[in-house]
Ligand binder design. Structure first.
Ligand SMILES: C[S@@+](CC[C@H](N)C(=O)[O-])C[C@H]1O[C@@H](n2cnc3c(N)ncnc32)[C@H](O)[C@@H]1O
Length: 208
């Protein structure tokens, strides 16, 4: 048994609808590893329960796994807006969210997060950045002024498979995007921040 299997056996079970969605993601999509999965999904739910946000924004829906986890943890009067640039995902996401218990509280926006963020009403109590790593700094700068005081931004993939500390890695645009984002957040006096070495790295950022 490896450590991931051990963890999976000792945390809250993955609900059946998410197990199904995860399987379908692996059967139907390129790059299924982008899907949050059991451990990160349970953490997203628990963080949402802890933060108790009324308004959540997600950048990068993919097959909807992380959105459903946050929806599961959000208070009864909360709503979640998720933005996905790939219009080929629109029908599948509409079906996934529409058949969920949160059909009327998950709002799907198809388009570029950088275009859509300014068009949505803030403030946001919680944001999950999980879209194009090249644009993480731009997402962050767009979100911070729209966050409620004491709100949280979570950013996924911030250790980028440990490429951030590997000098032999070619500094491709994706790695460069993550490095710039991590430096930007580290130097930003407007926020408190913690990086969890979970999966591909998850940064928790609190607006002061
Ligand atoms: C890592 S996946 C998201 C995974 C999902 N949040 C989960 O945990 O299950 C990244 C997604 O972001 C989308 N994306 C990339 N650039 C984007 C942009 N500029 N605006 C919105 N979505 C974007 C991609 O099409 C892809 O579906």
């Amino acid at each position: 048994m490896d450590i991931d299997e051990y963890i999976a056996e000792h945390i809250s079970e993955e609900p059946e609808h998410l197990r199904r969605l995860y399987r379908q993601t692996y059967l139907r999509h390129l790059y299924p590893r982008m899907c949050s999965g059991h451990l990160q999904g349970r953490l997203l739910k628990m963080l949402t329960q802890m933060i108790r946000p009324r308004r959540i924004i997600e950048l990068g829906a993919f097959t909807g796994y992380s959105a459903l986890c946050m929806a599961e943890g959000m208070p009864a009067d909360a709503e979640l807006h998720t933005i996905e640039i790939n219009d080929e995902m629109a029908d599948e996401l509409a079906q996934t969210f529409g058949s969920s218990p949160w059909a009327d509280r998950i709002h799907l926006h198809i388009g570029d997060a950088l275009d859509i963020i300014p068009r949505l009403d803030g403030p946001w109590d919680m944001a999950f950045i999980d879209a194009n790593t090249r644009s993480y700094s731009a997402y962050y700068e767009a979100l911070v002024p729209r966050m409620a005081p004491g709100g949280y931004i979570l950013a996924d993939n911030t250790l980028w498979d440990a490429h951030v500390v590997d000098p032999s890695t070619s500094r491709d645009p994706q790695t460069a995007g993550i490095l710039a984002f991590n430096d930007l957040v580290a130097a930003d006096p407007r926020v408190e921040k913690v990086i969890l070495p979970l999966r591909d790295g998850l940064t928790l950022i609190r607006i002061i």
